[in-house]
Design a protein around this ligand. Structure first.
Ligand SMILES: Nc1ncnc2c1ncn2[C@@H]1O[C@H](COP(=O)(O)OP(=O)(O)OP(=O)(O)O)[C@@H](O)[C@H]1O
Length: 437
């Protein structure tokens, strides 16, 4: 058996025994054709599935799909293909990749492993590309050899192999593959690096890609340590769904940044340096100014010394909606359950509306009327959440404020009966982040 096949078989042995099916991403290019042949010689056909995604970006794309199908058929392997429509936008490469990964994710079952043919030169290119864009430790960790992927796992068994070795093997085995002419288009940054920059580095430092692969491993380890530290720090800084600003300020600036990055990444936000700076200013701003930092589709706010990440600020219009049962909305969750104390006696005729200027009600046990503004303040409800807070009314009378009070004359007869109401505005909590590179 030759070296490359041995290497591949050895890589497979390092995978968990629980894997039932291997799904091979076949583009028809040299790398994935080699991967397919290696896999077909090492894995029984009934445990393999070949998948090709047609991005429809080139006139010949359906011919490439035909090529891939014929190759799979010639090896007696099951084949699946799907055409995707890649949305136009700033980066076609990225959009195509996202569309492709969505197809993979749809197909994969829990005990599947997706095999992709990234190699050592892809790793070097990725690192250089990210460095040029100002990546940090996480970006320079490069392409990970394995990770979880949706319900399944993803593995790149050729990541230690240089492209010339794949080419030699393909030639020795007399394999055929397709060449994508767009790989020569130097207007794409990746192609420019591959054809113009990397060869210059290679000529002077022939082993640079292998050295960078070690750097990527160091970076991955460092990134893991950063994540571990963020989890430790969040134990003392997390408060409910938010971060306690004074506890955060006790950490060193680097640990603050680290925790903020991880916390935001859990909500899919990658913080830029400018955004980090804005957050630091937000931490020091006065509460009455209702400070906010916009982070893409999210908003970071500070209220009563706590940083909160909100999904959306669009005001929720209740529009006299009848209160029937619990509700799940993008802006929050209205929970209706059995009350352990004296809850709202009935839902009959109760509707939900937005708060109005000058609204007052008579909370149970208070012995008088009180403004909603005061009730919100006393309950520590941040000002920006009040506009969308549901107000329960029967006709013109306020009968309850979910999570805050039930009003006189609307409570159940005895304890442990009636309905408990809660309004939980959507907020994102601190949680560990898996490796999603
Ligand atoms: N159209 C496709 N259909 C199925 N699999 C594909 C397709 N294109 C790429 N792949 C798989 O993904 C691997 C990497 O391809 P490519 O280098 O184009 O990837 P990328 O995911 O865009 O790269 P990167 O992750 O480095 O940005 C290929 O070797 C192949 O296994």
């Amino acid at each position: 058996m030759n070296d490359l096949q041995q290497h591949f078989n050895h890589q497979l042995e390092s995978c968990p025994d629980t894997i039932k099916r291997w799904v091979i991403g076949l583009s028809g290019g040299l790398d994935s054709v080699v991967l397919l042949h290696l896999a077909a010689r090492a894995i029984p056909a009934e445990q393999l599935l070949v998948v090709t995604v047609d991005h429809q970006l080139q006139a010949q794309s359906s011919q490439w799909t035909d090529f891939c199908r014929q190759l799979a058929v010639s090896l007696h392997l099951p084949f699946y293909h799907e055409q995707v429509v890649v949305p136009e936008g700033a980066s076609v490469e990225r959009a195509a990749r996202d569309a492709r990964y969505r197809v993979f994710e749809k197909i994969l079952q829990p005990d599947d492993c997706l095999l992709l043919a990234h190699h050592l030169n892809d790793q070097a290119e990725t690192m250089l590309f990210r460095l040029l864009r100002g990546a940090g430790v996480r970006g320079l960790a490069g392409i990970p050899p394995r990770r979880t992927f949706g319900k399944a796992s993803l593995f790149r068994p050729l990541l230690d192999i240089a492209r010339p070795q794949l080419q030699q093997w393909a030639q020795a085995e007399q394999l055929a593959w397709v060449e994508d002419p767009s790989n020569r288009d130097l207007s794409f940054d990746r192609n420019y690096l591959r054809h113009k920059v990397i060869p210059v580095l290679e000529a002077r430092w022939p082993r640079f890609a292998r050295r960078w692969a070690s750097t990527a491993r160091f970076m991955r380890e460092s990134e893991q340590l950063h994540q571990d530290l963020a989890i430790i720090d969040s134990e003392s800084v997390a408060l409910g769904d938010g971060l306690d600003c004074s506890a955060l300020a006790q950490l060193s600036p680097a640990r603050q940044n680290n925790l903020l990055r991880f916390w935001c990444r859990a909500a899919d936000v990658v913080l830029s340096e400018r955004q980090l700076l804005a957050i630091k200013q937000l931490i020091g701003a006065a509460d009455d100014r209702q400070p906010v930092v916009q982070l893409g589709h999210l908003q970071l706010r500070r209220y009563q010394g706590v940083l909160l990440l909100q999904t959306d600020d669009t005001e929720l219009e209740w529009g006299d909606r009848p209160l029937i049962a619990s509700l799940e909305l993008p802006q929050g969750r209205l929970v209706v359950s059995e009350s352990a104390v004296r809850g709202l006696k009935s839902l009959a005729g109760v509707t939900l509306r937005n708060r109005r200027d000058g609204d007052r009600c008579r909370p149970l046990g208070r012995g008088g009327s009180c403004s909603l503004k005061k009730l919100f303040q006393e309950s520590g409800i941040p000002a920006w959440q009040r506009r969308s807070w549901p107000v329960c009314v029967v006709g013109d009378e306020i009968v309850a404020l979910p999570g805050i009070c039930v009003c006189e004359n609307w409570q159940s007869e005895k304890k442990g009966s009636g309905f408990a109401l809660k309004w939980q505005p959507t907020a994102l909590s601190v949680k560990g982040d898996s490796d999603t590179l």
